[in-house]
Design a protein around this ligand. Structure first.
Ligand code: FES
Ligand code: FES
Length: 189
């Protein structure tokens, strides 16, 4: 096929693009949108709903910048399709809180100086909120000494292991750990 046979997106001329009409519950609001069914949740949030707080770092599941909460669980939104999430409760960094009414984890990141450039921060915060819920539910991690224990001690090793999917190029890790610890202990909440 010659170049003249394809459009800018590499599709044959005349080929129709299927569009799916979907409803997503995002930050407590039902949002209707029409998307190519191959649209990732990350792109739906950023490009269709203009919720640019969720960041695109690697776009293939390696950095955690795109982390959002779906039904309370942390998910890399670059690795899942928007059309898969009708009926789910999606929460982005914008839904956790705002400068006037910050979520305790957001406040803890500010108070602990848990960021430098801030690009990874929305993903770090969403991931940390989901992670503390996992600890509360008693889910062990690779760093848990006693996987049968009813209470998991949230050591720095536990926090680092459980947050290992969220990369920070500025290496603000010590302060990120401090922010999460502060929230877990109620100090910044
Ligand atoms: Fe999704 Fe990097 S942008 S993991
Ligand atoms: Fe810059 Fe984490 S604060 S990448």
């Amino acid at each position: 096929m010659s170049d003249s046979d394809t459009g800018a997106a590499g599709r044959s001329r005349g080929e129709t693009v299927q569009v799916s009409a979907i409803e997503l519950s995002v930050n407590g609001q039902v949002r209707r949108l029409e998307v190519d069914p191959r649209t990732t949740l990350l792109d739906a949030l950023r490009e269709h709903l203009r919720l640019s707080g969720t960041k695109k770092g690697c776009d293939h599941g390696q950095c955690g910048a795109c982390t959002v909460l779906i039904n309370g669980r942390r998910v890399n939104s670059c690795l899942t399709l928007a059309v898969m999430h009708e009926g789910d409760e999606i929460v982005t960094i914008e839904g956790l809180g705002d400068p006037e009414a910050m979520h305790p984890m957001q406040r803890a990141f500010v108070e602990s100086d848990g960021f430098q450039c801030g690009y990874c921060t929305p993903g770090q915060i969403c991931s940390a909120v989901g992670m503390l819920a996992e600890v509360e539910a008693g889910w062990p991690s690779h760093a848990t000494a006693d996987v049968s224990a009813s209470h998991i001690a949230l050591t720095d090793k536990e926090i680092r292991e459980r947050m290992s999917g969220n990369i920070c190029r500025c290496a603000a890790y010590p302060n990120i750990v401090a922010a999460i610890r502060g929230t877990a202990e109620g100090g910044s909440g």
